[in-house]
Design a protein. Structure first.
Length: 141
């Protein structure tokens, strides 16, 4: 992150940058609490978001954030996936709907069984997604 920040600064010295590390799954690693990189006399700070500590409601009110709800502070991940599926059904734009559904199924796969995900998220919606199809090959979730 420090290298990226310095390269960006050299190219765009007046641009502001806010760097954030997002952890998807709980971890025992001390790195999930690290908010700075220090090397001798160099110090680079960044923010850290641990999704499992974030309230589920933060993700349920924006279509682009729906896929992350399953990784949030929810006590019942299966129920949260059902709530996400209902919210996805309410998206009017079919392309956005399919992309959000495909993204939600990928992230849900980090914490739930494939069978449950397939039962809750309709694969027919995901078929239109650029995430679901790649180079003419279908990806099955």
């Amino acid at each position: 992150m420090t290298d990226y920040r310095l390269r960006t600064y050299r190219k765009f010295p007046r641009k502001q940058m806010h760097q954030v590390v997002i952890y998807l799954k709980p971890s025992e690693s001390e790195l999930v609490h690290q908010t700075a990189f220090t090397l001798q006399r160099t110090r680079h700070e960044f923010d850290v978001i641990r999704l499992w500590e974030q309230p589920t409601d933060l993700f349920m009110n924006s279509p682009g954030l729906l896929p992350f709800a399953i990784l949030s502070q929810t006590q019942d991940k299966a129920r949260t996936l059902q709530d996400v599926a209902q919210a996805i059904e309410r998206i009017d734009d079919s392309q956005i709907q399919s992309n959000v559904a495909a993204s939600a199924s990928i992230l849900a796969g980090l914490v739930l069984d494939k069978e449950l995900i397939q039962r809750v998220l309709r694969s027919d919606i995901m078929r239109e997604s650029v995430i679901y199809t790649k180079n003419g090959l279908q990806l099955y979730f």
